[in-house]
Design a protein around this ligand. Structure first.
Ligand SMILES: Nc1ncnc2c1ncn2[C@@H]1O[C@H](COP(=O)(O)OP(=O)(O)OP(=O)(O)O)[C@@H](O)[C@H]1O
Length: 301
């Protein structure tokens, strides 16, 4: 964390740590959000507020509803009930494309289709906002009519910032796990979002690249953006989040600073109980890295 706290970070010190706690300057406010699949209540969030200008981590065991909540907030899925707003704009029933245009963007895993495009083509697609897979397949050209130079120059600036400029003409599918994550982030920045939502930014990233990725995420906040990320990597959560929200079985069960959340018995029961036998504070970095390496090897096998 930066040595000097920003006003937004400092303001969090006064926030209660109850689930759904009110924030001094929320960019997202939601209430009564539910989503069921068959008989399963995947999301059942009574109240949620995301503080502007800070990094918030959304954590929880597998199947807790984190991705579903991401999809709902960004217009990629429809809830059974609930309302939420971004910057005071009511967002329920607003399409993903419009949500992105309003300044709330989520990253996407590199799909098979996108993997067959070059890095620069992926970036240009980012400029069109997000409409989902079918949209990516549409003929691109008319979308950028008259703005091609501007879009390409923005894309090249971002590729340079994320050190992907040397990969400009390579197929996105040829990138390493860490480079893919950088491309996902760079692509999301094409629409200059105020809130960027990162889906497991550390998944499949080599431990050596982790530090550089953390730096990039912090730089998003330091340039005034709000960051919300879903992540299982507790090392990342501990190191860079200003605030942590914990979900289990569709509900928010705890929130607070990383230190307070990781010492919270509800979190240890809900999250670590399902994941590890050890107290999180007892996990040493070497063991964690070994775990990550084993995971990567498994993926590569
Ligand atoms: N399209 C779907 N159809 C049916 N069930 C779904 C669908 N999407 C999610 N679910 C179920 O909803 C629950 C929440 O899933 P979700 O992916 O949101 O959890 P998560 O917290 O993101 O998990 P993970 O950390 O493993 O990604 C799970 O039980 C999942 O099986």
């Amino acid at each position: 964390m930066a040595a000097e706290l920003t006003a937004a970070q400092a303001a969090l010190a006064q926030v209660a740590t109850d689930p759904g706690a009110k924030k001094p300057d929320p960019i997202v406010v939601g209430s009564g959000i539910t989503r069921t699949f068959g008989g399963l209540k995947a999301v059942d969030v009574e109240h949620i507020e995301i503080q502007r200008g800070v990094i918030t981590a959304l954590i929880g065991p597998n199947g807790a509803g984190k991705t579903t909540l991401f999809n709902l907030l960004t217009g990629f899925d429809e809830p059974n009930s609930g309302q939420w707003s971004f910057n005071g704009n009511a967002l329920q029933s607003v399409s993903a494309y419009k949500v992105a245009r309003l300044g709330m963007v989520r990253t996407f895993q590199l799909t098979k289709v996108l993997a067959k495009l070059t890095v620069i083509e992926n970036m240009r697609l980012g400029a069109t906002g997000q409409k989902g897979e079918k949209f990516w397949l549409a003929p691109f050209k008319w979308l950028w009519k008259g703005q091609e130079d501007e879009i390409t120059s923005r894309a090249d600036d971002l590729l340079a910032r994320f050190k992907l400029d040397a990969k400009r003409e390579d197929f996105a599918g040829s990138l390493s796990g860490g480079q893919r994550k950088l491309l996902e982030m760079a692509r999301a920045l094409m629409v200059d979002p105020e809130l960027i939502m990162l889906d497991e930014p550390m998944a499949g990233v080599n431990p050596a690249l982790k530090q550089s990725l953390l730096g990039h995420v912090q730089s998003l906040r330091d340039e005034g953006r709000t960051v919300l990320f879903v992540e299982h990597d507790m090392d990342m959560v501990r190191h860079i989040s200003d605030w942590v929200i914990v979900m289990a079985q569709g509900q928010i069960v705890a929130e607070g600073t990383p230190q307070s959340v990781m010492a919270d018995q509800r979190v240890i029961d809900a999250y670590l109980g399902a994941h590890h036998d050890t107290d999180l504070s007892e996990l040493d970095e070497a063991a964690l890295e070994a775990e990550v390496e084993a995971e990567i090897k498994e993926e590569q096998a």
